[in-house]
Write a protein that binds this ligand. Sequence first.
Ligand code: ZN
Length: 321
Amino acid sequence: MNIYPWHLKSWAEVFSNKVKMPHAYIFYGAQTPEINKFADEVIKATLCSIPTKEQFACGECQDCLWCEISHPDLNRVVNTSEGKNLKTDILKVADVREAKEFLQTTSHQTNGKKIVTIYGADRLNHSASNAILKIVEEPPADCLVIFTVNNLNDLLPTIISRCRLISLAKPSIDDAIEFLKQTDNIDLIDNLSLYNNLPLELINDKEMLTIINVVLGELKKGNKINLMEVNSMWLNNGLGWIINIFQKWAYELLLCKLSDEHNYFPNDTEVVSKLALSADLSKLLTYQKSLNTIKSYAHTAANKEINLNSVMIEYKNIFTH
Ligand SMILES: [Zn+2]
């Protein structure tokens, strides 16, 4: 099984009737890599000539081997500029047009399907939207179109109405803990809430956990923080990454101050409560604003160390004693 256990229900939905599969699916959810992985497994399973009883790809037939390189019945539309500028990088009509032409050709397999997958289909310009609509309005026989999206609202309603929607859920806390156990990462369980109970993101940051604990150790000192301890190693994963940790910590202090509740740091309730008590509310709110501002330009900041130092000085000054 190559899909995450918390996606099994969605998997069963996709393959509930393989003989009468719809022409188009939209896989949607918040975690882009997970959705894309799910889509890739659905593609493999659909093209595999001898799938398992649960409809997973066998991994050994000619079609499965082709999938690893380039399958003649598969066309993937990927936004090649992805990641450079999320606000402006969008799919353009040229990206989609080729996919439409591809679907008109006949399948390589006897009675097989032609598959087009459009990753990140919610980030596309107006002409590309219309080109996609054309594909799902008049789907050629035996084709399967798969869209992966984060934001359903950014797709034309006319596209949505012609597709089967499959939601990809986040793991429950039990799923997340079980996954950490199964992948030999049980020692990370205490950090799960800091990662919104998303085990894959936590495992991804595993190497940085020592630094996270050093940073948290300093934050816990409140106004007794030692600014000499601020280290450029903290910036190893980028300024945005470390600001993200400060934001969660500041949110925790505010949540505790206003409602006596805790969220990200369930093991540190005592120290958080103490700090929240001595924090000046208006300074804490201003600090959160400063963090938001720095986060917005973190990837282009010229001097990341100066930004990091100013954040730490501002943090130290939040506390009255
Ligand atoms: Zn196979």
